[in-house]
Design a binder for this molecule. Sequence first.
Ligand code: DAH
Length: 351
Amino acid sequence: MLEEINQAEREALEALEAVGSNDELQAWRSLHLGKKSQLKQQLKNLGRLSPEERPVVGKRTHEIRQRLEASLDARRDELEAARIEASLAAEALDVTMPGRPVRRGRLHVSTRTLRRIYAIWAEMGFQVYRSRDVESDEYNFQLLNFPRHHPAREMQDTFHTTTDDVLLRTHTSPGQIRVMRENAFDADGTPRADPDPIRVILPGMCYRYEQITARSEIQFNQVEGLAVGRRIRMSDLKGTLTDFARRMFGQDTRTRFRCSHFPFTEPSAEMDIECFLCGGEGCRVCKHAGWLEILGCGMVHPVVLANGGYDPTVYSGFAFGMGPERIAMLRHGIEDIRQFWANDLRFLEQF
Ligand code: DAH
């Protein structure tokens, strides 16, 4: 009898050595310590033993149970320790390895140029006014003195929508009318007696139905500017725009104004800056002219002032329009305007 239970103990301990997982541990437990285990059977059968044998076998059975239980706990601890060790080994961190660089995004070169332009105009007291991308023919052309079928419209090939007279703005100039009207009229449409003077810039995307080439894109930014008030003169335009050019391109920048024509300004001009690359000597960027064309400008046409609700016999103003992409191309020597919206990281990461 004793021999049998000692044998059972040896077998159980041996089996425990082979146990490798928690599930196996559970199985081992019910096999060797559970209700149907040999040990439990033995205890049930104690009654059949002789009075001399009974206490000896009983005591031994009890000892074995305690030993198996202790071994079970020890094995469970071992398994847990092994599991932790394995997972630590698997997840080991080498804290001496160099870190992975975090790839930082950056602002698009157009956004950077725009922000520089906003900052300069803000210093000069111009507020940013946002106007809409989808415009009516009336605002984009008619109120700016481009009558229907006027040949000047051909300078700005237009994306029309499927709705009559609704189009994507071809320039930011229609915003001029919107700002003026917002200032010149009350919400119910009554004209104000003495509307406030205006000093704003109107930045935004413009769209033209053009062939895309290295020099022309179907979408591009413009920054429009408008100053309206009493006794604003051409000299204010020249002084203000020259000041802008110096802040943007350097204090020694020279400017020149050339006559031009826009339907919404009279007189109209284009401003050139002396080429910052060659200092006026002539180079590839300025095409050997020594000058770079930066913007269009002029005194707001009386018809446009009147369309905006400002009496042209009392008020005057100047306006200008510049292309941040063009400025960025000149500043950074970018040769192909298609780069701006091509989303090529090799290009974008250079700024
Ligand atoms: N709207 C013109 C264009 O897209 C640019 C421009 C020229 C705007 C002269 C002006 C201006 O405000 O005075 O070509």
